[in-house]
Design a protein around this ligand. Structure first.
Ligand code: PLP
Length: 304
């Protein structure tokens, strides 16, 4: 991270080192934040933000679930995100808008707490390691289960949800895996600690449905569209664990992980252990779009 940069907080650009909050802020004690992860790419010397409007919309949906309000519209936040990239002189960046309950009242009841928003951007390379996107990763099914539907809502990208994700990630690291796969409370496949998952079986794609306690990933949505455009059938449904072992190909999707193939699950080789042809064709199309090499016919890139 470039600690000389500026972070936007509640209407002002602040020096990186001064972008702090009070230790008694509600968010620190009760996990009361919702956030986004967005990427921008360099396209012919310009900046292209991938699916900016959709990410900002999801941020506002997360806020709605938790009864949070800010004084800015979706359009204004999208503009500030672009201003933050500009002021930090970045082209390829990871963008983190976060809405959080601040300092003022104490106790679980958030009714009278203040709500703030901050936006930070920095350079962030491959999330799951240098050659993960080309070679794939080794993963394990976690003993930690995704949030049951009537506990914490998965469709909200809230800070608190990532306590569950951290437990699964820690366990994966302790078992020398690169990443985890969590099942839902009924034993069906959910997702990784910060990624959605896709299966390829008999040339057809499968993705766990939103009823399996997943985040409704924006890369997931993009991949479904790309796969259908390439002529593949895609089904969103409840997926039993054993599909992880018999699938021909598996891959993660996410803003940070982009499209990362999975090489082994629980030390069992996926397909022939190489990146499969379906994964490759979807990766190619995705990377061509974000690098500006293919026409952006869905208007996914906000270029400036
Ligand atoms: C738990 C979880 N699932 C899925 C995803 C992928 O979502 P997206 O493609 O919108 O980044 C993320 C990343 O944000 C995540 O944290």
């Amino acid at each position: 991270m470039d600690e000389n940069g500026k972070i936007w907080m509640d209407g002002k650009f602040i020096d990186w080192k001064d972008a702090n909050i009070h230790i008694l802020s509600h968010v620190i004690h009760y996990g009361s934040s919702v956030f986004e992860g967005i990427r921008s790419y360099e396209i012919n010397g310009k900046v292209g933000v991938f699916r900016l409007k959709k990410h900002v919309k999801r941020l506002f949906e997360s806020m709605k679930i938790y009864h949070m309000n800010i004084d800015y519209s979706q359009k204004e936040i999208a503009k500030v995100i672009k201003d933050t990239i500009r002021i930090n002189n970045l082209k390829e960046s990871y963008i983190r808008p976060i809405v959080y309950r601040g300092y003022g009242t104490f106790g679980v009841d958030p009714t009278n707490s203040s709500t703030s928003i901050a936006i930070a951007v920095w350079s962030w390379g491959a999330y799951l390691g240098g050659d993960a996107v080309e070679k794939g990763v080794d993963v394990g099914v976690s003993s930690w289960v995704r949030l049951a539907p009537n506990t914490l809502p998965s469709l909200a990208k809230s800070g608190a949800n990532y306590m569950n994700a951290q437990l699964a990630k820690l366990e994966a690291k302790q078992n020398s895996f690169d990443e985890c796969i969590m099942l839902d409370h009924n034993g069906f496949v959910g997702e990784g600690s910060g990624e959605n998952i896709f299966f390829v079986h008999d040339n057809k794609l499968y993705a766990p449905s939103i009823s399996s306690s997943i985040l409704k990933g924006i890369t997931r949505d993009s991949v479904i569209k790309i796969a259908k455009d390439l002529g593949y059938e895609v089904s969103e449904e409840k997926i039993p664990r054993e599909m992880l072992y018999i699938s021909d190909e598996l891959f993660y999707t996410g803003t940070a992980a982009e499209i990362t193939p999975i090489r082994t699950v629980d030390r069992i080789t996926v397909g022939n252990g190489k990146v499969g042809s379906v994964t490759k064709s979807i990766q190619n199309e995705f990377f061509n779009i974000i690098k500006g090499k293919t026409e952006d016919k869905n208007n996914w890139l906000d270029i400036f």
